[in-house]
Design a protein around this ligand. Structure first.
Ligand SMILES: [Zn+2]
Length: 182
């Protein structure tokens, strides 16, 4: 990257430097879903054409971008920005959990698709979210007002959503299963 920059002229380097300087100043974290974009709420949350009662929970913005680039999903997202990983001493904080539950309530979501990565940390995050949903929204799940599903194992175990191809993502999304059948 440095060698590429050294080949550019001074004007380009000046404007590139300015763009980097203002990069953070022009980016906002969406108060509804946790996505990062140049507006709050983000363009996805503002889009009234999307299915506003289906919420796809992802670990990171990279995963959200992969779904969007594949063009296979028309609902909204919830970006956890965190995961459960005992080896790295990471877990979901109380504020992560409240942010997630409030998003479900505010949207009156009919389905939550848990799209964590198919590896150990993703599994642990999935089971943690499932326990929270069963505990806090048991009524809605029992009445059939809230469906909780999970991506099927169409994704390579040990891989990541970020690097999955469109077909694999599509298959995994289509074959999701009902996770919280009580
Ligand atoms: Zn958003």
């Amino acid at each position: 990257m440095v060698f590429h920059l050294l080949r550019q002229n001074d004007a380009f380097l000046r404007s590139f430097g300015e763009a980097i300087t203002y990069l953070k100043a022009n980016l906002f974290t969406c108060a509804e879903c946790g996505n990062i974009s140049n507006s709050d709420p983000c363009p996805i949350c503002k889009d009234q054409m999307r299915d506003r009662h289906t919420l796809c929970v992802v670990e990171s913005i990279d995963d959200l971008v992969s779904f969007e680039q594949a063009g296979i999903y028309g609902g909204l997202y919830h970006v956890l920005g965190a995961r459960v990983s005992p080896l790295d001493d990471q877990e979901l904080s109380d504020s992560d959990i409240e942010f997630f539950l409030n998003h479900i309530k505010n949207l009156r979501a009919a389905e939550v698709i848990i799209a964590t990565n198919p590896r150990m940390e993703g599994d642990l995050t999935y089971f943690t979210l499932l326990d929270i949903l069963k505990d806090r929204l048991r009524d809605k799940i029992e009445k059939g007002e809230l469906k909780v599903s999970r991506l099927a194992f169409g994704l390579p175990v040990g891989g990541s959503i970020e690097f999955a191809d469109r077909l694999t993502l599509h298959t995994a999304l289509e074959s999701r299963t009902n996770a919280a059948r009580l």
